[in-house]
Design a protein around this ligand. Structure first.
Ligand code: GLC
Ligand code: CA
Length: 540
């Protein structure tokens, strides 16, 4: 079991609302996904991470679950879901579900009960406290709203929500809640799913004293809710109750994870199998993600190296539904040629590392950020709240710039399938605008061009599959004098593969380590020079 399936396969993340609409209501759905599975198989994908498809009022686009065992009506029915599982498995593609159990929707039956009275049997499914001098129980800020508490007049108490007001945090101290969650997870396993991506799993346990954070006003206080001692207890219990005895996997979204505490959750395989860390995603923000700064390539190398050393097996990703489009972010979209070249370079830089790749839908065709011009084009609660707050503080231009660079809606616009109206995503009116560049950037066009980003991703995935060096080899960073180059070597049983990537619009001389060997992949090289955003992969 050294190399279970989740170490051998490439994952593909689907954001169902924006993947493919089968019935013209403008919303992607399960049948839409089923209709595109041949495409995923062709690409070489071995597992799908499906963003939440549970019944939800969509205050946070499905990350606010109203009923864990119902499919969201717009997405289809349980029998559509069963069909999706079967069709995936028929193609030897595994399915992992996105599960949000740090919080539920305030419309979940548990919360509806919980808020009724202080002695309701579900009261302790959530975190309720009395106020202090007519104010919140403590000064914690939430991810989406100023305060992490909302007042409920019915029982004259406040409930905790680390995210939106409609996303009350579940109380993991309560053993009944925990058992209900495990039972629900087991029923999904019985429906055939192969694992879970656990949403913000690192913040399940809160410091029971709920102490004030240090500072003025509302203070964001992860020291009291991330990686608390009890987290490990809960994850171990979950492992025993749900995962033991099944060939299933669990990847955690471990916000606030560090190279120091990561081994505590993936070290002995009794908590999580894999984790998502955000050190790379946080690199281009100064203080907050809304203050963009350019990518520092040597630092990128250091971060990669420190993670490759910290844990045995990493997740490899450039984006997800919470991040902007990578080619706009770390690549270059100044010209079509550079978009294509830099998207390929980025794929090489990330997906030949040691670990499991997670591609995000549309990345394989080099989809870009969206040129938002008006607030009514936004759908994401985070961006909308940011803009509203910034308006009051007269910082609208600042917020708008942040949203253009980092807003989550950038990654949530519809998948661009072809050059027909609405990019072939829907025959109706899409729930969020389609990127106007779809006539040029779409799957059909990329399929027809053997030099496209899409074909390149397919080759890269195939290369990983064929190569023990890439799948199993260890990692070594190659220091470069040129500050725009990232270079590393993977080695296995006496053979090695050297990877060099140029993150700049200037040509760059190849480091000596990469001048020889059999070329597996490369941008056109001249005299040992990498072109702008070029790359080379050599085996020796
Ligand atoms: C995770 C999800 C994000 C969501 C948040 C709250 O970070 O990826 O989309 O808003 O959790 O559930
Ligand atoms: Ca639909």
């Amino acid at each position: 079991m050294d190399f279970p399936w989740w170490k051998e396969r490439v994952f593909y993340q689907i954001y169902p609302r924006s993947f493919c609409d089968s019935n013209g209501d403008g919303i992607g759905d399960l049948q839409g996904i089923v209709s595109r599975l041949d495409y995923l198989q062709w690409l070489g994908v071995g597992a799908v991470w499906l963003c939440p498809v549970y019944d939800s009022p969509n205050d946070d686009m499905g990350y606010d679950i109203r009923d864990y065992e119902q499919i969201m009506t717009e997405f289809g029915t349980m029998s559509d879901f069963q069909q999706l599982v079967e069709e995936l498995h028929r193609r030897d593609i595994k399915l992992i579900m996105d599960l949000v159990v740090n919080h539920s929707s305030d419309e979940h039956a548990w919360f509806v009960e919980s808020r009724k009275s202080r002695d309701n049997p579900y009261r302790d499914y959530y975190i309720w406290r009395s106020g202090k001098d007519g104010r919140e129980p403590n000064n914690w800020a939430s991810f989406f709203t100023p305060s992490a508490w909302s007042y409920d007049a019915a029982t004259d108490q406040w409930y905790l929500h680390l995210f939106g007001e409609k996303q009350p945090d579940l109380n993991w101290e309560n053993p009944r809640l925990r058992q209900d969650v495990y039972d629900m997870m087991n029923r999904w396993f019985d429906r055939g799913v192969d694992g879970f991506r656990m949403d913000v799993i690192s913040v399940l346990a809160k410091d029971p004293a709920l102490p004030d954070g240090k500072g003025q006003g509302y203070v964001f206080s992860p020291e009291y809710f991330a990686f608390q001692p009890k987290l490990h207890e809960y994850l171990r219990e979950m492992r025993r109750a749900c995962f033991d005895g099944r060939d299933c996997m669990c990847v955690g979204e471990t916000s606030f994870v560090t190279t120091e505490n990561a081994p505590s959750v993936v070290g002995d395989g009794r908590e999580l199998d894999l984790l998502f860390q955000f050190d790379i995603m946080d690199m281009d923000g100064q203080g907050s993600k809304w203050d963009p700064i350019p990518l520092d390539v040597p630092r990128l190398g250091q971060i990669i190296q420190s993670w490759q050393q910290a844990i045995d097996w990493n997740t490899l990703f450039w984006g997800n539904h919470d991040q902007p489009r990578v080619v706009s972010r770390f690549g270059c979209t100044d010209t079509e040629e550079l978009r294509v070249q830099s998207a390929k370079m980025l794929a090489v830089a990330m997906y030949l590392l040691r670990g499991t790749p997670f591609l995000y839908q549309g990345e394989e065709i080099g989809m870009t950020n969206f040129p938002f011009t008006r607030p009514d084009q936004l759908r994401d609660i985070e961006s909308i709240q940011l803009l509203n707050r910034a308006r009051q503080e007269e910082r609208e231009a600042w917020a708008w710039n942040g949203i253009l660079c980092k807003g989550r809606d950038n990654a949530r616009t519809p998948m661009q399938w072809d050059d027909s109206p609405n990019a072939g995503f829907t025959t109706g009116t899409p729930w969020i605008d389609v990127n106007p560049n779809y006539p040029a950037i779409n799957v059909a066009r990329a399929m027809a061009d053997p030099e496209s980003i899409l074909h390149f991703y397919r080759r890269l995935i195939a290369l990983r599959k064929e190569s023990n060096i890439l799948r199993r080899g260890d990692f070594q960073l190659i220091p470069c004098e040129n500050q725009h180059l990232l270079a590393y070597r993977r080695s296995y049983q006496g053979r090695s593969i050297t990877v060099v990537c140029n993150f700049s619009a200037q040509p760059a001389a190849l480091p000596p380590e990469a001048k020889t060997g059999e070329t597996l992949l490369s941008a056109p090289l001249t005299e040992h020079q990498l072109p702008p955003f070029g790359y080379v992969v050599r085996r020796s």
